[in-house]
Write a protein that binds this ligand. Sequence first.
Ligand SMILES: Nc1ncnc2c1ncn2[C@@H]1O[C@H](COP(=O)(O)OP(=O)(O)OP(=O)(O)O)[C@@H](O)[C@H]1O
Length: 242
Amino acid sequence: MTAQAAPSTGIEITGVTCRFGTREALRDVSLSLSERRIGIIGRNGSGKTTLSRLIAGLIAPDEGDVQVAGVGVYKDRKAAIRNVGILFQNPDHQIIFPTVEEELAFGLRQLGQSKAEARDGARAMLARFGRGEWHDRPVDSLSQGQRHLVCLMAVLAMEPRVIVLDEPFSGLDIPTTRALRRHLDALPATLIHVTHDPAALIGYDRAIWLDQGRVAGDGPVDTVLDRYLAAMQEAGDADADL
Ligand SMILES: Nc1ncnc2c1ncn2[C@@H]1O[C@H](COP(=O)(O)OP(=O)(O)OP(=O)(O)O)[C@@H](O)[C@H]1O
């Protein structure tokens, strides 16, 4: 019997252009991502969130193709939720249920778990972050940072192969950030981490710098960050794009 080739676990982005009206958020981007820890940096409006949403299959490219582990993530949503989880920048764009436990259990139900399994899975995840008492808390009663943590726990509970994190530490206090960072570092999943903070990418395998919808830098973190920070210094305050 011949050994079968292992299925691809990588992310293949091929010739992707993404427009909003006449604005090109991404232009002809091709990336083959197989590293476990990948950072995406760039200025406001450079296309980072658009790229994250494409990888998670939440939007379709106008041109080109996005595959994760061999799955067309926009076309095959059922397979995509097993392959990719995304943490949005704003928790209120993600949360749909009134209580914390329901929010965490929802994703597990989507994966085919029974009600009881999903409830147990949700409670186990809350316990892992020392937030067991949150299970019946109305989401409305939590702070923005706490709601962000709920979203992250919901993604982690589903154990996707790839986790896309859009500014995962925004709004979290220092102990929670540290606990989260430790937890993320230990995960076997591939992490795609969108950030404005170069320090968040220390120890990462690869950094991608987006500028005006194109890849301006791609390679080892130190090299890409050096070039990115030099360019930001050069741009200076006068060019702040608000
Ligand atoms: N839904 C939308 N409708 C119209 N334009 C959009 C939409 N989403 C993004 N854009 C535009 O696409 C470009 C890229 O936006 P994107 O949100 O991907 O940037 P970003 O790098 O994530 O920015 P930030 O760091 O500010 O979050 C911007 O010019 C933005 O105005």
